[in-house]
Write a new protein. Structure first.
Length: 451
């Protein structure tokens, strides 16, 4: 068919987004145009997520929307994690889909578009890692970008199917990462967010028993400039005094850690196949806060894991109040085929999971607001990124303690000193809400605008 307009939807985690940006980069280099209106597109591509049933439901919904609203003759292509795990079911459910691309077969996107007959491009590769010169078109705002340093996972948590979806750990070469890091900075990116399934495992597949993360960070910190480096997803068993001291030593390495805990009860942690105990988790939190008082810790917790008792759930509720963390996501246990916990005895009824979720969220709403109070009266460096989604009378931004998309924002109600988005400004925080902060812009941090 003729036409070069492509509509692209990326679902799931930031690692998926990086794969999407690589595919978009390849397509644009080949002369294709990315557009927002799916009805005008000649090709509609969705990069799916297959992690949980809710993720697969969303992926199916997008495929159905593409098939229903595509213009005559337009191709629909699905790629990503759900495709790798559920190829046959997708083909059976959507026989008119034009191509399927495996999650490790990102470079096949041009072949899929140019193939004249419905065809699948799925190999045994379960994840994709850029090596060498690979086109990539950033889809994030100009001030930040994600940098994937590894794919796959060597952990074996009993509730998780990521190792089955993404395969074993694959770490990038440090020189390759430094090269990509410098390229991002040269494009005007001021905040580089390092991502992997677990940053702390970086390099362990290459013969480094203790991992190579700290060596990598030291190399990145040698690159001159007033940029931010943010760490996403580092498990508590990988956080040691050396890493904490490294974060403390350079303000560009943000005092922000996304540290998935899942639970605090020792029996449940053991059944989850987690490597840390209650006492170790509490020690890490105390050490972080003692050495870096301004540190912001985000975590994820799970309720309704098989056999979780009322007492063990109450222990979790008590923990989040005694050891308050800044940003907490809560998930209900999802029974996933392929996960060890799928066939565990004493599965928790859905209504109990729902009730526990609601109760924990009520507690966390209060905790979050109390945590936010500590910023009131302080002056913070804030990236101003756009208008508030509910009103152009307000603007929105982020300080170091807020990661894009997953955490709250700084709402700016007096912003007459803002002359461009994507710049860093000094902002005085005047009010704390449940998840967001409210502030007043004082002055730019730097005179250089990015847009």
């Amino acid at each position: 068919m003729s036409g070069n307009k492509i509509h692209f939807t990326s679902l799931g985690c930031p690692r998926n987004l990086v794969d999407s940006e690589v595919m978009i980069g390849m397509l644009m280099k080949a002369g294709y145009e990315i557009i927002g209106e799916l009805e005008k597109a000649d090709y509609l591509i969705v990069n799916t997520c297959g992690f949980l049933q809710a993720s697969r439901d969303e992926s199916n919904s997008v495929i159905e929307e593409f098939l229903a609203y595509r213009k005559k003759g337009a191709k629909v292509i699905a790629t990503g994690c759900m495709v790798g795990q559920h190829q046959e079911q997708i083909r059976e459910k959507y026989p008119s889909i034009d191509a399927l691309i495996g999650s490790g077969d990102v470079k096949s996107v041009l072949k899929a578009i140019e193939s004249e007959n419905p065809q699948d491009f799925i190999t045994s590769a379960r994840s994709y890692i850029e090596q060498g010169e690979v086109p990539r078109t950033l889809t994030t705002p100009p001030n930040y970008a994600y940098l994937k340093i590894a794919e796959g996972c060597r952990k074996r948590c009993s509730f998780c199917i990521i190792p089955k979806i993404k395969g074993p750990l694959q770490s990038k070469d440090i020189n390759q990462i430094v090269k990509e890091f410098k390229i991002l900075l040269s494009q005007g990116v001021q905040e580089v967010i390092l991502i992997a399934q677990d940053l702390g495992d970086f390099g362990k597949d290459q013969g480094h028993a203790d991992g190579n993360l700290k060596i990598l960070l030291k190399e990145l910190l040698k690159v001159e400039g007033d940029h931010w480096i943010r760490l996403l997803y580092i498990y508590p068993d990988e956080i040691d005094d050396e890493l904490i001291d490294l974060i403390k030593s350079d303000e560009r390495l943000l005092p922000y850690l996304d540290m998935p805990l899942q639970h605090i009860n020792d029996r449940i942690l053991k059944k989850m196949r987690r490597k840390t105990s209650r006492s170790e988790i509490i020690h890490i939190i105390k050490t972080l806060k003692e050495k870096i008082p301004e540190v912001v810790v985000r975590t994820s917790l799970m309720v309704g894991f098989p056999s979780e008792t009322d007492e063990e759930f109450e222990e979790l509720c008590d923990f989040v109040q005694k050891y308050p963390l800044d940003n907490v996501g809560v998930f209900q246990f999802s029974k996933e085929k392929g996960a060890y916990a799928y066939s565990m005895d004493e599965q928790i009824p859905e209504d109990v999971k729902e009730a526990r979720y609601d109760r924990l969220m009520q507690i966390l709403n209060k905790v979050s607001k109390e945590q936010n109070q500590k910023w009131v009266g302080k002056t913070l460096d804030v990236f101003v990124e756009g208008y508030h989604p509910e009103s152009e009378l307000l603007m929105r931004g982020r300080f170091f303690g807020q990661s894009p998309e997953i955490d709250g924002m700084v709402i700016l109600n007096q912003h007459d000193k803002v002359d461009a988005f994507g710049k860093k400004y000094k902002v005085k925080i005047t009010e704390a809400l449940e998840y967001d902060l409210v502030g007043t812009v004082l002055k730019p941090v730097s005179p250089l605008a990015l847009v």
